[in-house]
Design a protein around this ligand. Structure first.
Ligand SMILES: Cc1cc2nc3c(=O)[nH]c(=O)nc-3n(C[C@H](O)[C@H](O)[C@H](O)COP(=O)(O)OP(=O)(O)OC[C@H]3O[C@@H](n4cnc5c(N)ncnc54)[C@H](O)[C@@H]3O)c2cc1C
Length: 351
């Protein structure tokens, strides 16, 4: 197996620019299962790889208005039926975890084993494991052309040409463009996101990734700093670069309304960052064989949850290549076919 990576270092695109959160609190069973697999792997990571995943069970807390509660209540019930660590909290109990204005909050849900990891270290550990099993890693090797002739794929970089029975397109925000090189249609678009980072608050805190569901605004502790974010759903797709400072007021205003202490913080313009969601039409990944090509697999379009779904996706792809089907995961919700049949996978807990 050869891994071709355009950048000169691993995990400097979306995987190194995420909020690094992992949570079982999804509304679709498949996403909750994929996440729980990932969280367990991150918990046991040292035994598996000899490295630390940086997993910290800092929690995820959803602050839910009454209009959204039916979806969250159904999701919580599903998570608990699966035996996943998730619970309902009263507003008062939730306020003991992170201070917020309870106006309009009907109920809260909390995942005590949800948390954060360190994606760069995790990626490097997976690469090292792959090398120890015989894989070759080529950094600074952007794929420039892909062709399929007589049952074999030819993949070309600036320096080399490779042939293989299988190609796995795992190029995230760029995967639609890579598929187009092979004349394949793949509905994945880059969607810009900014993470605004405060100066250190001057005291220790470990606030969970807390989502104000009514506005989609989130905060979480990062050392003594706070990360603050909110997806701009009106922004068109595209490979825009740089922090979107024009979006700062639309993020800070709802954040301060819900978390008044945010009003006393200062944004550190140098520590803030940006990256891309690889967005699909239904905010869920595409994992599996492309229906229009033999031996072409996609593992992409993870939208805002690819860090936590990566371990499961890796297992699923390896099973598809080696066995022709995944025995560990039901990949139906991630199939390309759902877009052709107009049967999107529904996920309500999108951040
Ligand atoms: C601000 C932000 C916050 C997020 N928060 C979370 C979170 O809390 N939890 C979570 O689970 N997910 C989160 N995500 C989503 C997560 O980061 C992504 O889903 C995940 O990193 C996708 O991984 P990937 O490997 O598919 O993409 P990437 O990490 O982007 O990797 C794709 C790779 O393909 C390479 N590539 C591109 N073109 C070529 C080419 N021509 N040839 C060779 N290589 C090429 C790129 O260089 C890149 O390294 C967040 C994303 C952002 C932007």
């Amino acid at each position: 197996m050869t891994v071709l990576e355009a950048a000169d270092r691993p995990a400097i695109q979306s995987s190194g620019r995420s909020a690094a959160g992992v949570r079982v609190q999804f509304s679709s069973e498949s996403n909750a299962r994929m996440s729980w697999f990932g969280i367990q792997e991150f918990q046991e990571f040292h035994a598996l790889t000899g490295r630390d995943s940086g997993y910290r069970p800092q929690g995820y807390l959803f602050l839910v208005p009454e209009s959204h509660w039916p979806n969250h209540e159904a999701a919580l019930s599903m998570q608990q039926t699966l035996g996943l660590p998730a619970e309902r909290l009263t507003t008062k109990d939730a306020q003991a975890i992170v201070p917020f204005d309870p106006d309009g909050i009907y109920a809260c849900t909390y995942g005590p084993q949800d948390g954060v990891i360190e994606p760069k270290g995790v990626t490097q550990a997976y690469l090292d494991m792959a090398v120890s099993h015989g894989a070759t890693i080529r950094l600074a090797s952007p794929v420039t052309a892909v062709a399929f002739k007589q049952g074999v794929w030819t993949v070309t970089t600036q320096a080399e040409t490779f042939t293989s029975d299988f190609v796995v397109n795992a190029t995230g925000a760029w995967s639609g463009r890579i598929a187009a090189m092979a004349n394949l249609t793949l509905p994945v678009e880059p969607s810009h996101r900014s993470v605004f980072v405060t100066e250190p608050l001057g005291f220790d805190h470990a606030y969970p990734l807390t989502v104000d569901v009514a506005t989609g605004t989130y905060i979480r502790s990062d050392g003594q700093r706070l990360l603050i974010g909110r997806s701009n759903l009106k922004q068109p797709p595209g490979l825009f670069t740089g922090v979107d400072w024009d979006w700062l007021p639309d993020t800070i205003e709802p954040a301060t309304r819900r978390f008044p202490f945010v009003g006393n913080t200062t944004i550190d313009r140098h520590a803030s960052w940006w990256g891309y969601y690889a967005l699909t039409p239904d905010d869920n990944a595409i994992i599996g064989f492309h229906p229009d090509a033999e031996g072409w697999l996609d593992a992409t379009g993870f939208s805002g949850h690819g860090i936590q779904h990566a371990p499961a996706a890796g297992v699923a792809i390896s099973e598809l290549v080696n066995q022709g089907a995944s025995t560990s995961f039901d990949l139906t919700p991630y199939a390309h076919a759902r877009f052709l049949k107009d049967t999107p996978t529904v996920e309500h807990h999108v951040v």
